[in-house]
Design a protein around this ligand. Sequence first.
Ligand code: ATP
Ligand code: MG
Length: 880
Amino acid sequence: MSMTAKEIRQAFLDFFASKGHQIVPSAPIVVKNDPTLMFTNAGMNQFKDLFLGEAPIKYPRVADTQRCLRVSGKHNDLEEVGIDTYHHTMFEMLGNWSFGDYFKKEAIAWSWELLTDVLKLDKDRLYVTVFEGDEKEGLPMDQDAYDFWKAFVPESRILKGNKKDNFWEMGDTGPCGPCSEIHFDNRSDEERAKVDGATLVNADDPQVIEIWNNVFMEFNRLKDGSLKKLPAQHVDTGMGFERLVRVIQGKTSNYDSDVFTPIIDFISKSAGIPYNAAATPDDKDWGQAVAMRVMADHIRAIAFAIADGQLPSNNKAGYVIRRILRRAVRYAYQYLGFKEPFLNKLVPLLAAQFKGVFDELISQQDFVQKVILEEENSFLRTLENGINRFEKYIQDNQDRQIDGAFAFELYDTYGFPIDLTELMAREKGLTVDMAGFDTELQKQKERSRAATAIDAGDWITVNEDDEVEFVGYDEVVATSRILKYRKVKAKGKEQYQLVLDVTPFYAESGGQVGDSGVLENENESIIINDTKKENGLIIHFADVLPHNLNATFIAKVNVHTRRLTENNHSATHLLHAALKAVLGDHVNQKGSLVNADVLRFDFSHFSKVTEQEIAKIEAIVNQKVRENIPLKEERNVPYQKALESGVTALFGEKYGDYVRVITFDDSYSKELCGGTHVKATGQIGYFKIVSESAVAAGVRRIEAITADKAEEYINNQAQLLAVLKELLKNPKDLTKSVESLLEENNKLKKEIEKSVLEKASVLKDVLKSKVTVVNDVNLIAEEIDLSNAEAIKNLAYQLKDIVDNLFLVLGANIDGKPNLTVMISDNLVKEKGLDAGKIIRELAKEINGGGGGQPFYATAGGKNPEGLKSALEKAIIYLK
Ligand code: ATP
Ligand code: MG
């Protein structure tokens, strides 16, 4: 029996630990603080600052397993997934790193030792590649890597590769360098004898696949496309865990290894359809096999993205997740007959599988499952609406070809992938205008590119200094110099970003907005609009650059705004603890926003927070405010120690080895937090919840205010009450007074109704006496004094009951608006073909209005009461 997936992962980590590597946890799959990246797409992402020399190196050797997602940006494998057997949306990347420590020689030797000695892969089946060089970039062939490999691998299996395969780049800009890949040939011996494996490397053969890439980071790709040498040389490796497991277990597909078989089995059993791993596109069970792979794969991406805090939504990263989920639901619906939500049922299986590896999932299993269930429900409804829309289109259009714009509507509004539309069209003997569809798609892509494009220039160094010091926890003023700056353009607006050597400005993070303020000296004053973080770097936004970049500045934070923001931030902590106390321990933070005006807190909870619960929560928080609890701020607490002391840590947050702990009363609120806070809770003044609502399935939102805003709110409420009291002539008991007002109002209403009824009954007799006979028809055409439409209707029905052969036209003035009613006996409708609906439309012209109804009864309203008379006179012509 070969090793299990679990054992293989552990063997990797143990091996590198034995070579002096620190084993670190995976970063969350959802990336914050990096505008160039939505999701972690490689193990190196979390170390980007280290490569660029922007953060200090703690451990020169590190290894881990990183959950990665390749569904957007430079690395996007989504369309391949499920069709092939070795590209996933989410996969684990096993990696080892050297930050300015060892280089090519050790990296190559260790990767060989691990694969062949420890994991016992067949040496004959391994091929390696090295960079052949690139003239345009001015880069030579990687002779060093070639020579190091020669010690282990015959030269016939060391292949030279071009820039596309052997020069790794994270994105359009950023760290990069030549790389050396390791490929595995999994074909049968006969096939291998027939065709030389070397010819199949990097040629998309599903049995000759890349398993490991060793990148030798040497450069930073700049905005203008040029390469700049990094301050030091690094090793960055990434091995696809699922591919490694598959080759060790001797399988021809990743989905046949024990990483995926439990899930594939469950899907297949639930669908009642066997999984045919060997199906090819020509087989009729191909679609079913792809569908099972898509579901087994996508559930991983969806579940981990949600666990790391990215809910499906309508824009940006949330939309990417929504689309992945919809792709899976659509396959399940179309090929496996899952018409009801099913994907969410895979979550417990997955959570159990990753227990002890990525515990994020098991600890939030219910929440993740619920979110997926709701998404499935709503998409299945959309899907059904889309199918109806499609059927209607086919009925309304006789063309043999489906319009490209319509196919795009199905794609864009109903989430139909184009191949689904094509398939549905084919079933009806139709085709789809693909060129038209592509044009629409292209147009949309351009629209969204234009909307989100951020054009960032390269950094221009002003002063050399690696370390940036943030002093904003203790100071709001500092003496600063500019280290570097760059120009950025977003949505047509140009701005400058500045990096300072010392800064009191808090950069937006953890929900707290960035500081604003000024940089000033005796010669000039530059306004800082905002402060943000990119990776680790604190960036200050300004509309203009100082004339003298080299000058020394006094950096001043806008203190008033900062203090109000701090009130709201500390109140958020008090609220979080109160929510847990009142609602239960399942409450987890799912998002927060803290600025000078308001605090907004999203949290997992499955039902509406009741008014009583809100009152309890407010009471607890205000109690804590009045206790004036001093802030306890501890910096540089070892992460493990902080956890043991019972702090609240957030999912989807990447914590370092040392963390900052914010405590308000050891037994009440203890959170890991990088934000700024009040010195004591009394500063918060007063806490008031102003709204409670739902944001997504299983996620509630509370908005609250504090201090000045809370005071303003309460004053407004008091003022409102004062105005009301005055209106009611200052009663002793306001509630009672309003109640009796309502009661009186009801009584009056009833009395009016009664008198209207009485009036109508008198009118009935009067009208009956006004019948004139025209051509055997009993005509009544009168203006009446009744100002209630319901009463007029009743009257008309009563007259119909007591007068035969009736043609009734009533005019009335209801509060200044003319109203017409026509009622015709049923026999006249039948025999004479009279139609009240048609007649009333004609009569309504006289009162500048319109109306309609049935052949026997119709009403109209209008604007001109003067016209009532002529309308009534006109009625008679219908009887002649
Ligand atoms: P490929 O050419 O097969 O797409 P790649 O060149 O994109 O691979 P790298 O960016 O070098 O891969 O990533 C390092 C390793 O991660 C690869 O050697 C492979 O084992 C694994 N890997 C890359 N993309 C995926 C994916 N979509 N699913 C699973 N594993 C992957
Ligand atoms: Mg790739």
